[in-house]
Design a protein. Structure first.
Length: 449
């Protein structure tokens, strides 16, 4: 049993995701702890579990081609085990006989002997082709329908492939690179709280500095909680793209005074902590607003050791209860589909629905109006999403600015110094395949009157 603990852990995570709607990035660490997995065993469990979840749509199509009944009629634990087996056969270097026998054993333990026999037959059929072979059999032809082919080959729902295609301006080669990057595990990036922690300290503990953010460092292996700076609140987990967009808001010029900053959607507080740290150095005050009480508590925790003035307010930011035009800089890190962070959330692509976009877009527009209402003439608003979907990015900003003459869209690119491949501006779209960051979007807006 002990030797197979990585597969047990991966299987438990798949079960938690499909039966209980769990988030894999929370379920996996818990499963690793339960099975006391570390080092290579933990890495194997994570690769198998996350890989099976990322590839689920395509693996289900392959499994469906190898069984005679609809896959919805399969016992759910059997289906999850088959997904785990399909991933090992089609996307890892696990020898096929090991992929089959370990999966069959899982099914025997968790379902029954009859299901184990079925699993054995299905997995042998799956192993008759590699992923390209299955794509040739099940996906549209690459030449006839590129997005349909890529959706299968790189395991993304078609609507997401289309959204990324549009956001990349229709560049087919880049689209494939973007899809591939979503399937690459992302390292854990930390941000030090300015004035409280230093990147040198993280580097001395084995992390490597991020390429562009002067506050970031990447932890290649092990839990970040082992670092004293993280345990003591002087650094926190934050993607480099998130750091860069918050830093851009802080770097763009504003005529003094420049001392009242607002974070409209602050939970869980990563960007608020970065902004509060910067404000401590120049003197100023941060108001961090968050609608959900439990997330507001996380913001308060993130800001706990901050030496500057700050306040955390639980409120709906579409209904501001603070004075109009009272802030010099406003960050709106809007709730979004999260399509820019798919590499960190293995199951998210199959859970999100295209219908989510319209509701979010309405909320994003309402929040952006509040942000512009809150900022004083001459002040700046950063509209940020961790999604590159045009309906959540450029379109929201275009819609809200339409017919308004009191807001100027400024070129955000100079405020991400050194970052290459930022396109024609004025907005910035970061990409995992170009920048190694999450796909953060940033529009910088100045109130002119
Ligand atoms: C993308 S997250 C923000 C991430 C955060 N800026 C960070 O760096 O840690 C969006 C947040 O907005 C909050 N939110 C959603 N609707 C809101 C509203 N109407 N007013 C205030 N906060 C809202 C969500 O609860 C969520 O915590």
């Amino acid at each position: 049993m002990k030797g197979d603990s990585p597969r047990e852990a991966a299987f438990e995570v798949l079960r938690a995701v499909s039966a209980d709607d769990a988030y894999a990035n929370l379920a996996m660490p818990a499963a690793l702890r339960r099975h006391e997995l570390r080092g290579r065993d933990a890495a194997l469990a994570t690769e198998l579990g996350y890989g099976a979840l990322r590839g689920q749509g395509s693996y289900d199509a392959v499994i469906a081609a190898c069984v005679t009944r609809p896959i919805e009629d399969l016992d759910p634990p059997l289906l999850d085990a088959l997904r785990l087996g399909a991933h090992q056969l089609l996307a890892t270097r696990v020898p096929p006989h090991a992929a089959v026998s370990t999966t069959v054993n899982l099914v025997r333990r968790h379902v029954n002997e009859g299901a184990a026999r079925l699993a054995n037959a299905v997995l042998r059929r799956i192993g008759e082709r590699d992923l390209d072979g299955w794509a040739a059999e099940l996906a549209p032809a690459r030449d006839a329908d590129l997005t349909g082919y890529l959706a299968f080959r790189h395991a993304h729902p078609l609507w997401i492939v289309r959204a990324l295609h549009d956001a990349l301006g229709g560049d087919d080669a880049e689209l494939e690179a973007a899809l591939r990057a979503d399937n690459e595990p992302a390292g854990v990036t930390l941000a030090v709280r300015p004035g409280r922690g230093t990147v040198d300290e993280l580097v001395e503990s084995g992390a490597r500095p991020t390429r562009w953010s002067p506050y970031g460092a990447v932890v290649e292996s092990g839990s970040p909680a082992r670092l004293a700076a993280v345990r003591e609140g002087r650094a926190g987990v934050q993607d480099e793209g998130s750091q860069l967009v918050a830093l851009a808001l802080a770097a763009a010029p504003v005529e003094p005074p420049d001392e009242r900053w607002l974070d409209l959607c602050a939970g869980p507080g990563g960007k608020a902590a970065l902004l509060a740290g910067l404000l401590t150095q120049t003197g100023g005050r941060l108001l961090a607003v968050e609608q959900h009480e439990h997330r507001a508590r996380l913001v308060a925790q993130a800001l706990a050791g901050d030496l500057g003035e700050h306040e955390v307010l639980v409120a709906d930011a579409t209904q501001p209860n603070w004075p109009e035009a009272d802030f010099d800089r406003v960050l709106l890190d809007a709730p979004c589909t999260g399509l820019g962070a798919l590499r960190r959330r293995p199951e998210a692509r199959w859970r999100r629905r295209p219908a989510d976009v319209a509701g979010l877009r309405r909320l994003q527009s309402g929040l952006l109006r509040s942000a512009l209402w809150s900022v004083r003439p001459g002040g700046l608003v950063a509209y940020v999403t961790c999604s590159p979907h045009l309906a959540e990015t450029v379109t929201v900003v275009d819609d809200v600015l339409a017919g308004r003459s009191d807001v100027e869209r400024i070129d955000a690119r100079p405020y991400l110094p050194g970052v290459p491949d930022l396109g024609d501006g004025p907005d910035v779209q970061l990409w995992p395949h170009r920048h190694g960051t999450d796909a953060m979007y940033l529009a910088l807006l100045r109130r002119t009157e």
